[in-house]
Ligand binder design. Structure first.
Ligand code: PMP
Length: 387
C-alpha cells in the first residue's frame, strides 16, 4: 500500500471511530418525481427540487436545444473564449429577476461563495467578518481561504451581531456581514429588514445567500432580498435547488460584478458553465415568476407538516419555510429513524454533525410543490409509527 493510501486509511478509521464515516448511495429520480433506492420507490422529503422543475419538460427541451446549437462544453473560462452571448443574456435576466444592476453566473453555489467572499475581502484587507454561526460551509470556506478572522454571531441573534459589530468592527477598515435568507438545515429566516438597518448603521456590507429562497420565496420567487430592495449589497443564490438545474449567481451592483470578473479566482480560472446548464436556467426563469400557486401550496404543506410534528411532540425549531427539521438530538437515533422511514417508503435524510452542531441531529424534511397533503400525512403517520 502506498504511504498516501495508508495515511488515508488511518484518517478514514478516525472518521469511522467518530461515527461519521459516510458512503455514497445512489438515489435515482423517476420521471414522476419520486426517488428510487435499492429498486424501491420512495417519497422524496430530502432533495432540494422544491418546485419539481428538475423533471420539467420545458427545462429538458431547452437544455437539449441549447446543446444542439452550442455544444456540450464552453471550452474555456469566461475571460478566455468561454463567454457566449447566452451567458451575458442570462446574467441580464438574473439581474432583472433579482432587481439588481448586474449578476454573474458561477459553476456552483459552493464555488460562488468560496470565490466571491475571499475576493471581497481582498478588496479591503483587514475587513472584519461577521457570520451567522450556521452559514453554509462554503461561506466558512471562503472566509478561511482569505485567511480572515471571523466573528460568529449566535444564529439569527441580531442583538449579538450588534454587540460584536460595536466591539470588533469599529476599528476595522471595513465590515462584512454574512447570512442566509433561508437556513438550509433549519428552514428559518433572519429579519432581513432589521439586518439591513444594522448593516447601514455600522457601515457594513451585507452578503445574503439565497440558495434555498430562490424560486420559493419573495415576489415571483425572487427571494427574500427582494423584500428589502437595494439593501443587500451581495446576493448569492443557486440554480440547483428550486430552479431544478445547476450553478449559481451573485447579483448586486455593476461595480461588484465587474470586480468579481477580475478578482474571484473560482470564476476567473474555471471553465464557463455549458449550454445545457444555461438552457435549463433560462427555461426555469420563464416558469418560476408564474408559480405563485405552487409557492402558496408549498407554504401550506410546510404549515401542515409543522403542525403534525408538534402534535407528535417533535420540535421543528423556528422553521417557517419548505425546510422543516424534526429535531431528534442523538445521532444514532436520527440515523435509525431515517432508516426505518426508508423501509416505510419515505426518503427523509438524517443530518448529523459535522453538518449540524452536536446534539442537534435531525431529520431534514424538504417539501416539494409537487406533493400533496396526503403525502405529508403519510410521512407524519410513518414518523409516528417508526419512532
Ligand atoms: N449555500 C447554501 C445555503 C447551500 O445549502 C448550498 C448547497 N447545499 C450551497 C450554498 C452550495 O450550492 P451548490 O450545491 O450549488 O454548490
Amino acid at each position: 500500500m502506498s504511504t498516501l493510501d495508508s495515511l488515508l486509511h488511518a484518517a478514514l478509521d478516525r472518521i469511522a471511530r467518530a461515527g461519521q464515516r459516510r458512503v455514497l448511495r445512489p438515489a435515482e429520480a423517476t420521471p414522476e418525481g419520486a426517488i428510487t433506492r435499492d429498486g424501491r420507490a420512495l417519497i422524496d422529503f430530502s432533495s432540494n427540487d422544491y418546485l419539481g422543475l428538475s423533471r420539467h419538460p420545458v427545462l429538458a427541451e431547452r437544455a437539449r436545444e441549447w446543446t444542439a446549437r452550442m455544444g456540450t462544453g464552453a471550452g474555456a473560462s469566461r475571460l478566455v473564449t468561454g463567454t457566449r452571448e447566452a451567458h451575458l443574456a442570462l446574467e441580464a435576466r438574473v439581474a432583472a429577476f433579482k432587481g439588481t444592476e448586474a449578476a454573474l453566473i458561477f459553476a456552483s453555489g459552493w464555488q460562488a461563495n468560496a470565490a466571491a467572499i475571499p475576493a471581497l475581502l481582498a478588496a479591503a484587507p483587514g475587513t472584519a467578518v461577521f457570520a451567522d454561526r450556521l452559514v453554509h460551509a462554503s461561506m466558512h470556506g471562503g472566509i478561511a481561504a482569505a485567511g480572515a478572522r471571523q466573528h460568529r454571531f449566535r444564529h439569527n441573534d441580531l442583538d449579538h451581531l450588534e454587540t460584536l459589530l460595536a466591539e470588533k468592527g469599529a476599528a476595522a477598515p471595513a465590515r462584512l456581514i454574512l447570512t442566509e435568507s433561508v437556513f438550509s438545515m433549519d428552514g428559518d429566516v433572519p429579519d432581513l429588514a432589521r439586518l439591513a438597518a444594522i448593516a447601514r448603521r455600522h457601515d457594513a456590507a451585507l452578503y445574503v445567500d439565497e440558495a434555498h429562497a430562490t424560486g420559493v420565496l419573495g415576489p415571483g420567487g425572487a427571494g427574500l432580498s427582494a423584500g428589502v430592495p437595494g439593501q443587500v449589497d451581495v446576493i448569492m443564490g443557486t440554480f440547483s435547488k428550486a430552479l431544478g438545474g445547476f450553478g449559481a449567481y451573485v447579483a448586486g451592483s455593476r461595480a461588484l460584478i465587474d470586480y468579481l470578473v477580475n478578482a474571484a479566482s473560482g470564476f476567473v480560472f474555471s471553465t464557463a458553465p455549458p449550454p445545457a446548464v444555461l438552457g435549463a436556467i433560462d427555461a426555469a426563469l420563464d416558469l418560476v415568476p408564474g408559480m405563485d400557486a405552487e409557492r402558496a401550496h408549498l407554504a401550506a404543506l410546510g404549515d401542515r407538516l409543522r403542525g403534525g410534528l408538534a402534535r407528535l411532540g417533535l420540535d421543528h425549531g423556528a422553521s417557517a419555510t419548505q425546510i422543516v427539521p424534526a429535531m431528534i438530538g442523538a445521532e444514532d437515533a436520527a440515523m435509525a429513524l431515517s432508516a426505518r422511514l426508508e423501509q416505510a417508503g419515505m426518503l427523509a435524510s438524517a443530518i448529523r454533525p459535522p453538518t449540524v452542531p452536536p446534539g442537534t441531529s435531525r431529520l431534514r424534511l424538504a417539501l416539494k410543490a409537487t406533493q400533496g397533503e396526503a403525502q405529508v400525512d403519510a410521512l407524519l403517520a410513518a414518523i409516528a409509527a417508526c419512532r
